[in-house]
Design a protein around this ligand. Structure first.
Ligand code: CA
Length: 225
Protein backbone atom coordinates (compact mmCIF):
# COMPACT_ATOMS: atom_id res chain seq x y z
CA UNK A 1 0.00 0.00 0.00
CA UNK A 2 1.34 3.39 -0.98
CA UNK A 3 1.27 6.12 1.65
CA UNK A 4 1.74 9.89 1.39
CA UNK A 5 2.93 11.48 4.62
CA UNK A 6 2.98 15.30 4.69
CA UNK A 7 4.88 16.38 7.80
CA UNK A 8 7.36 19.20 8.32
CA UNK A 9 8.93 17.77 11.49
CA UNK A 10 11.77 15.83 9.98
CA UNK A 11 12.25 13.54 12.96
CA UNK A 12 8.63 12.41 12.93
CA UNK A 13 8.59 12.10 9.14
CA UNK A 14 11.69 9.92 9.13
CA UNK A 15 10.62 7.73 12.03
CA UNK A 16 7.14 7.11 10.64
CA UNK A 17 8.49 6.44 7.13
CA UNK A 18 11.01 3.95 8.50
CA UNK A 19 8.39 2.24 10.68
CA UNK A 20 5.85 1.96 7.89
CA UNK A 21 8.43 0.69 5.41
CA UNK A 22 9.42 -2.07 7.82
CA UNK A 23 5.76 -3.04 7.77
CA UNK A 24 5.81 -3.22 3.98
CA UNK A 25 4.22 0.11 3.06
CA UNK A 26 5.69 2.28 0.31
CA UNK A 27 5.99 5.80 1.78
CA UNK A 28 6.57 9.20 0.17
CA UNK A 29 7.21 12.08 2.56
CA UNK A 30 6.76 15.77 1.79
CA UNK A 31 7.49 18.64 4.20
CA UNK A 32 5.25 21.56 3.14
CA UNK A 33 1.62 22.16 2.30
CA UNK A 34 2.02 23.22 -1.32
CA UNK A 35 4.10 20.27 -2.45
CA UNK A 36 1.88 18.18 -0.17
CA UNK A 37 -1.13 19.16 -2.24
CA UNK A 38 0.64 18.48 -5.52
CA UNK A 39 1.32 14.94 -4.29
CA UNK A 40 -2.05 14.51 -2.57
CA UNK A 41 -4.00 14.68 -5.83
CA UNK A 42 -2.22 11.55 -7.13
CA UNK A 43 -4.78 8.73 -7.32
CA UNK A 44 -2.10 6.09 -6.74
CA UNK A 45 -2.01 6.76 -3.00
CA UNK A 46 -3.91 4.25 -0.87
CA UNK A 47 -3.91 6.51 2.17
CA UNK A 48 -2.77 10.06 2.98
CA UNK A 49 -1.58 11.37 6.35
CA UNK A 50 -1.47 15.15 6.72
CA UNK A 51 0.00 17.11 9.56
CA UNK A 52 -2.30 20.01 10.32
CA UNK A 53 0.29 22.73 10.90
CA UNK A 54 2.47 22.96 7.83
CA UNK A 55 4.69 25.61 6.28
CA UNK A 56 3.30 27.00 3.05
CA UNK A 57 0.16 28.75 1.87
CA UNK A 58 -2.38 26.52 3.67
CA UNK A 59 -2.74 24.05 6.50
CA UNK A 60 -3.30 20.30 6.38
CA UNK A 61 -7.07 20.66 6.57
CA UNK A 62 -7.09 22.81 3.44
CA UNK A 63 -4.79 20.34 1.71
CA UNK A 64 -7.36 17.60 2.48
CA UNK A 65 -10.22 19.74 1.25
CA UNK A 66 -8.49 20.64 -2.02
CA UNK A 67 -7.33 17.08 -2.63
CA UNK A 68 -10.95 15.90 -2.24
CA UNK A 69 -12.12 18.62 -4.64
CA UNK A 70 -9.60 17.28 -7.14
CA UNK A 71 -11.14 13.83 -6.82
CA UNK A 72 -8.84 12.13 -4.30
CA UNK A 73 -10.75 9.18 -2.83
CA UNK A 74 -8.10 7.64 -0.58
CA UNK A 75 -8.65 7.79 3.19
CA UNK A 76 -7.07 10.87 4.81
CA UNK A 77 -5.85 11.15 8.40
CA UNK A 78 -5.09 14.57 9.89
CA UNK A 79 -2.47 14.88 12.63
CA UNK A 80 -3.21 17.74 14.95
CA UNK A 81 -1.57 19.10 18.05
CA UNK A 82 -4.87 20.51 19.21
CA UNK A 83 -7.65 18.20 20.27
CA UNK A 84 -10.76 20.28 20.77
CA UNK A 85 -14.11 19.17 19.40
CA UNK A 86 -14.22 22.12 17.02
CA UNK A 87 -10.93 21.11 15.47
CA UNK A 88 -12.18 17.61 15.06
CA UNK A 89 -15.37 18.69 13.32
CA UNK A 90 -13.45 21.06 11.08
CA UNK A 91 -11.03 18.28 10.16
CA UNK A 92 -13.73 15.78 9.35
CA UNK A 93 -15.80 18.29 7.38
CA UNK A 94 -12.79 19.00 5.21
CA UNK A 95 -12.93 15.49 3.82
CA UNK A 96 -10.53 13.86 6.25
CA UNK A 97 -11.67 10.44 7.50
CA UNK A 98 -10.00 10.50 10.86
CA UNK A 99 -7.72 12.58 12.99
CA UNK A 100 -5.00 11.77 15.46
CA UNK A 101 -3.76 14.03 18.24
CA UNK A 102 -0.03 14.65 18.52
CA UNK A 103 1.97 13.20 20.11
CA UNK A 104 0.65 9.89 18.84
CA UNK A 105 2.00 6.40 19.16
CA UNK A 106 3.19 4.67 16.02
CA UNK A 107 1.03 1.63 16.75
CA UNK A 108 -2.05 3.82 17.03
CA UNK A 109 -1.32 5.45 13.67
CA UNK A 110 -0.94 2.00 12.08
CA UNK A 111 -4.19 0.80 13.69
CA UNK A 112 -6.09 3.83 12.35
CA UNK A 113 -4.59 3.37 8.88
CA UNK A 114 -5.57 -0.27 8.81
CA UNK A 115 -9.08 0.48 10.02
CA UNK A 116 -9.56 3.02 7.21
CA UNK A 117 -8.14 0.78 4.51
CA UNK A 118 -10.41 -2.16 5.32
CA UNK A 119 -12.64 -3.02 2.46
CA UNK A 120 -15.90 -4.54 3.72
CA UNK A 121 -16.53 -7.19 1.02
CA UNK A 122 -13.24 -9.00 1.48
CA UNK A 123 -12.41 -8.20 5.07
CA UNK A 124 -13.50 -10.31 8.03
CA UNK A 125 -12.43 -8.41 11.10
CA UNK A 126 -8.90 -7.36 10.34
CA UNK A 127 -8.04 -10.44 8.28
CA UNK A 128 -8.19 -10.22 4.49
CA UNK A 129 -9.25 -13.42 2.79
CA UNK A 130 -9.29 -14.74 -0.71
CA UNK A 131 -10.02 -18.37 -1.54
CA UNK A 132 -8.06 -20.34 1.08
CA UNK A 133 -5.58 -17.51 1.55
CA UNK A 134 -5.63 -15.40 4.70
CA UNK A 135 -3.58 -12.26 5.29
CA UNK A 136 -3.61 -10.41 8.59
CA UNK A 137 -2.29 -6.86 8.07
CA UNK A 138 -2.16 -6.25 11.82
CA UNK A 139 -0.07 -9.30 12.67
CA UNK A 140 1.81 -9.55 9.36
CA UNK A 141 0.76 -13.16 9.03
CA UNK A 142 -0.18 -15.07 5.93
CA UNK A 143 -1.53 -18.56 5.61
CA UNK A 144 -2.83 -20.75 2.84
CA UNK A 145 -5.32 -23.32 4.00
CA UNK A 146 -3.78 -23.90 7.42
CA UNK A 147 -0.13 -23.56 6.42
CA UNK A 148 1.64 -20.41 7.69
CA UNK A 149 3.70 -18.70 4.98
CA UNK A 150 6.64 -16.39 5.64
CA UNK A 151 6.86 -13.43 3.28
CA UNK A 152 9.34 -10.57 2.99
CA UNK A 153 7.97 -7.03 3.43
CA UNK A 154 7.67 -6.41 -0.29
CA UNK A 155 6.11 -9.82 -0.94
CA UNK A 156 3.63 -9.10 1.84
CA UNK A 157 2.82 -5.68 0.38
CA UNK A 158 2.37 -7.19 -3.06
CA UNK A 159 0.06 -9.93 -1.78
CA UNK A 160 -1.95 -7.42 0.24
CA UNK A 161 -2.41 -5.31 -2.88
CA UNK A 162 -3.55 -8.38 -4.82
CA UNK A 163 -6.05 -9.45 -2.16
CA UNK A 164 -7.48 -5.95 -1.83
CA UNK A 165 -7.98 -5.96 -5.59
CA UNK A 166 -8.85 -9.62 -6.05
CA UNK A 167 -10.07 -10.64 -9.51
CA UNK A 168 -9.01 -7.34 -11.02
CA UNK A 169 -6.29 -7.15 -13.63
CA UNK A 170 -3.35 -5.24 -12.16
CA UNK A 171 -0.83 -3.83 -14.60
CA UNK A 172 2.86 -3.66 -13.77
CA UNK A 173 2.54 0.12 -13.48
CA UNK A 174 -0.31 -0.17 -11.00
CA UNK A 175 1.70 -2.66 -8.95
CA UNK A 176 4.80 -0.45 -8.98
CA UNK A 177 2.77 2.62 -8.00
CA UNK A 178 1.15 0.92 -5.03
CA UNK A 179 3.94 -1.25 -3.71
CA UNK A 180 7.05 0.90 -4.22
CA UNK A 181 7.61 4.52 -3.23
CA UNK A 182 8.72 7.20 -5.67
CA UNK A 183 12.38 6.96 -4.64
CA UNK A 184 12.60 3.25 -5.28
CA UNK A 185 14.60 2.10 -8.26
CA UNK A 186 12.24 -0.27 -9.96
CA UNK A 187 13.72 -2.09 -12.96
CA UNK A 188 11.38 -3.27 -15.73
CA UNK A 189 11.59 -6.86 -14.54
CA UNK A 190 11.31 -6.10 -10.81
CA UNK A 191 7.59 -6.84 -10.74
CA UNK A 192 8.11 -10.15 -12.57
CA UNK A 193 10.82 -11.08 -10.09
CA UNK A 194 8.57 -10.41 -7.10
CA UNK A 195 5.62 -12.19 -8.74
CA UNK A 196 7.98 -15.15 -9.08
CA UNK A 197 8.94 -14.99 -5.38
CA UNK A 198 5.29 -14.82 -4.37
CA UNK A 199 4.26 -17.72 -6.61
CA UNK A 200 7.07 -19.80 -5.13
CA UNK A 201 5.55 -19.26 -1.68
CA UNK A 202 1.81 -19.17 -2.12
CA UNK A 203 1.17 -21.28 -5.25
CA UNK A 204 3.96 -23.73 -6.00
CA UNK A 205 3.96 -25.46 -2.58
CA UNK A 206 0.25 -26.21 -3.16
CA UNK A 207 0.22 -28.02 -6.53
CA UNK A 208 -3.17 -29.64 -5.92
CA UNK A 209 -4.88 -26.32 -5.28
CA UNK A 210 -5.85 -23.59 -7.75
CA UNK A 211 -2.90 -21.41 -8.68
CA UNK A 212 -3.97 -17.96 -7.49
CA UNK A 213 -1.54 -15.53 -9.12
CA UNK A 214 -2.33 -15.58 -12.78
CA UNK A 215 -0.72 -13.81 -15.71
CA UNK A 216 -3.08 -11.94 -18.01
CA UNK A 217 -0.99 -11.91 -21.14
CA UNK A 218 -0.34 -8.42 -22.46
CA UNK A 219 -2.00 -6.73 -19.48
CA UNK A 220 -0.60 -7.83 -16.14
CA UNK A 221 -1.61 -10.10 -13.31
CA UNK A 222 -4.74 -11.15 -11.52
CA UNK A 223 -5.47 -12.92 -8.26
CA UNK A 224 -8.12 -15.48 -9.22
CA UNK A 225 -9.03 -19.13 -8.85
CA1 CA B 1 3.82 20.61 11.72
Amino acid sequence: MRVLFVEDEEKIAKAVKRGLEIKGYAVDTVADADSGLSYAVDPDYDIIILDRMLPGSMDGIEVAKKAREEGQKAPIIILTARGSIDDRVEGLNSGADDYLIKPFSFSELVARMQALMRRPPIATGTVLEYADLKLDPAKYEVQRDTTPIKLSNKEFALLEYFIRHAEQVLTKDMIINHVWNEDAIVMPNTVEVYIGYLRAKIDRPFPNKPQLINTVRGFGYKLSH
